[in-house]
Design a protein around this ligand. Structure first.
Ligand code: PGA
Length: 255
């Protein structure tokens, strides 16, 4: 990656794992291991764990994110959590449009766009996820899929707001499967996203955008993936639940 132009961010996506007590314990184990990181370090945790995470990360370089937020500020949306609620308690990041939300909870490009808007309007930093499923890769339409998801998510986003966004390229076939994209496959699609952003905004905006790779990134493959010119960090699922593995990825991004 080009460190002169942009900063790497390693974000853990805990998914539906860890209770508040486990959250405290994992962050206390992780904090000393990543204290000298030369990249952004974020843990995105379940809503119920946010307080424990915010408490445990006080005085550390670890930032806290949520895994979703609703598009409305308040209202009759039983079971949902809004961006102003997250902002008020001190959350900084929010994952939007993760493939599991698209797959299991009816998330669409339209709702991803609405949630991204809500996050930006409330001063949260969105990590917007895009990526193709296996059949789309096999049909040779990865570029089309990722281009259309990214374009839709960025609709109405100004150049100033783009500076607050991270895009995470996560090929769905590589998530939780142990099948990582090769270094070249990851870089190729991250570069496609960067060219698209250059077309939609400008070269300077594209150069400054942090684009993460996600999908079975771990302590063993992080070095190769993060050495790619257009891969600016990672969104880490399974390996973010083990302090030593997550810390090793942070170390790889700090090189
Ligand atoms: P994984 O998950 O690292 O377990 O593949 C990545 C993600 O879903 O963000």
């Amino acid at each position: 990656m080009n460190k002169a132009l942009r900063k790497a961010v390693i974000a853990g996506n805990w998914k539906m794992n860890n209770t508040p007590a486990q959250t405290k314990a994992l962050i206390e184990e992780l904090a000393p291991l990543v204290a000298d990181a030369d990249c952004g370090v974020v843990v995105c945790v379940p809503f119920i764990d946010l307080h424990a995470a915010l408490e445990a990360t006080k005085g550390t370089n670890i930032k806290v994110g949520a895994e979703n937020c609703h598009w409305a500020a308040s209202g009759a949306f039983t079971g949902e959590v809004s961006a102003p609620m997250l902002k008020e308690i001190g959350v900084e990041y929010v994952v939007i449009g993760h493939s599991e939300r698209r797959q299991y909870f009816g998330e669409t490009d339209e709702t991803v766009k609405a949630r991204t808007r809500a996050a930006l309007d409330n001063g949260l930093l969105p990590i917007v996820c895009v990526g193709e499923v296996l059949e789309q890769r096999e049909a040779g339409i990865t570029e089309q899929v990722v281009t259309s998801q990214t374009t839709k998510a960025l609709e109405g986003v100004t150049a100033e707001e783009l500076k607050k966004i991270i895009i995470a390229y996560e090929p769905v076939w590589a998530i939780g499967t142990g099948k990582t994209a090769t270094d070249e496959q990851a870089n190729e699609v991250c570069a496609i996203i960067r060219s698209l952003v250059e077309e939609l905004y400008s070269k300077a905006d594209a150069d400054a955008l942090t684009i993460q790779y996600g999908g079975s990134m771990n302590d063993a493959n992080a070095d190769g993936l993060l050495a790619q010119s257009d891969v600016d960090g990672g969104l880490i699922g399974g390996a973010s639940l083990v302090a030593s593995k997550f810390a090793a990825i942070v170390k790889a991004a700090s090189k």
